[in-house]
Design a protein around this ligand. Sequence first.
Ligand code: ZN
Length: 138
Amino acid sequence: MSECVFCRIVARQIPASVVHEDEHALAFMDLGQVNPGHVLVAAKAHVENLFGLEAAQAAGIAGATLRVARAIRSAFAPQGLSVYQANGKAAGQTVFHYHVHLVPRYEADGMALTWPVKNPPREKLEDYAARLRSALPG
Ligand SMILES: [Zn+2]
């Protein structure tokens, strides 16, 4: 039996409140429910994070994420929706099986994310962009 809690949910070895399932994705209610309607969209295959996804998996999960986001909007009519996805412990990832959080949002709902902006000069932005352009595959 897998040690990975999301693999166990995919295999129906532990219960979850499933919203959607297709070839690449399983969407289910987050146990924590930051706000009502908070869903996790997980890869069905065990992939630790974004970097391990095949293109077809990434596209499939993105499509499932869009479908479920629209369902959340229809069913709960939140004021906003945050899409949150973490890769690595430093980024806040706690379950090391690729997943996306869809969090319905409301004004002053207590959800916080700090952006410690640095506002570097334009030359720095050009340097960063050049580094990334040369690192892009094919
Ligand atoms: Zn897993």
